[in-house]
Design a protein around this ligand. Structure first.
Ligand code: VGL
Ligand code: ZN
Length: 227
């Protein structure tokens, strides 16, 4: 068989927001059982992926997603806010509010201490624009027009590396992992989410909820320990 008949397979491992603030017991926005993803991701990091990239939620103080930025009545986890596109106030979306988390320069912003970062080739930052939420590691949902300060270099990196398949892991399954996987699939990459390498803010129930959406978007949920 000649080489030209072999379809290209250049898989990337995407490690989303495995940061101290998303990990129990002390993280500011600790995801239930979040630290349990680390040994699974470390095992995946030992495999020969063509490209290994981590992301970090990287907020300035006073970020729009912090309940503390919205006055006394706003409650983390409970309250929501409407966020408008600074370049087009007619484009808005509603976003849940959180405790202050992953503030640049604080210990909670660091990648989780047990994560084996030796083979991670790039760390992509997200959520730096104080005015908008950015769950997806690719970009904010405001697209009309897109906000250059809320579009990361991730898509360019994956193209540069000629990646064909993206394996998504990390925190949180119902937020940043979910939106990153959706954007990866929309960007044309075959996209997988590694179930044991993900935990969700809303626990098992929220994870089951997003699984239905993965299916409808052609994203495959896969297991390290397949039956
Ligand atoms: C995330 C809530 C707020 C995440 C980030 O990484 O899933 N969730 N910021
Ligand atoms: Zn955040």
């Amino acid at each position: 068989m000649s080489d030209s008949t072999v379809p290209p397979f250049r898989p990337a491992l995407l490690v989303v927001d495995v940061q101290e603030d998303f990990c129990p017991p002390d993280g500011a926005l600790a995801v239930p059982d979040g630290r349990a993803v680390i040994p699974v991701i470390n095992a995946l990091l030992a495999l020969p992926f063509a490209f290994k990239v981590a992301t970090k939620d990287h907020h300035p103080p006073g970020h729009v997603s912090f309940a503390s930025s919205h006055g006394g009545d706003a409650q983390p986890y409970v309250s929501h806010t409407t966020i408008a596109n600074p370049a087009n106030p007619a484009e808005t979306y509603t976003s849940r509010l959180w405790p202050d988390h992953c503030v640049a320069g604080t210990p909670g912003n660091a990648l989780a201490r047990e994560l084996d970062t030796r083979s991670i080739q790039r760390v992509v930052l997200k959520g730096q624009d104080p005015r908008v939420e950015m769950y997806s590691a690719f970009r904010s949902p405001l697209r009309d027009p897109p906000l250059p300060s809320a579009v990361s270099e991730l898509a360019d990196l994956l193209k540069e590396q000629e990646i064909t398949d993206v394996f998504v892991t990390g925190l949180a399954g119902d937020y940043c992992v979910f939106h990153s996987a959706v954007d990866s699939a929309e960007g044309g990459w075959r996209t997988y989410v590694v179930e044991e390498a993900v935990r969700s803010v809303g626990g098992e129930e929220a994870w089951k909820g997003v699984n239905k959406d993965f299916e409808s978007k052609g994203i495959r949920v896969v297991q390290v320990d397949g039956e």
